[in-house]
Design a protein around this ligand. Structure first.
Ligand code: SF4
Ligand code: SF4
Length: 59
């Protein structure tokens, strides 16, 4: 299973929430949380779009 690492430097911009085609992310206390990691398609769109470089998809 894929592991999604959100670095604490996440600025809460919500880009990943709006980018992920299968709604893996939700915002909690101003940070992104990968609540549906088991749905991840490993498309890496979130990794590419995160302006902080805060996301890592680990296979
Ligand atoms: S795109 Fe990056 S900085 Fe923006 S909410 Fe997601 S993890 Fe945080
Ligand atoms: S890699 Fe793709 S499917 Fe997986 S969390 Fe990121 S945007 Fe969503």
């Amino acid at each position: 299973m894929v592991k999604i690492v959100v670095d604490p430097k996440c600025s809460g911009c919500e880009t990943c929430v709006n980018t992920c085609p299968v709604c893996v992310y939700e915002m909690k206390d101003g940070k992104a949380v990968a609540v549906n990691a088991n749905e991840c398609l490993i498309c890496r769109a979130c990794e590419a779009q995160c302006p902080e470089g805060a996301l890592q998809i680990v296979e």
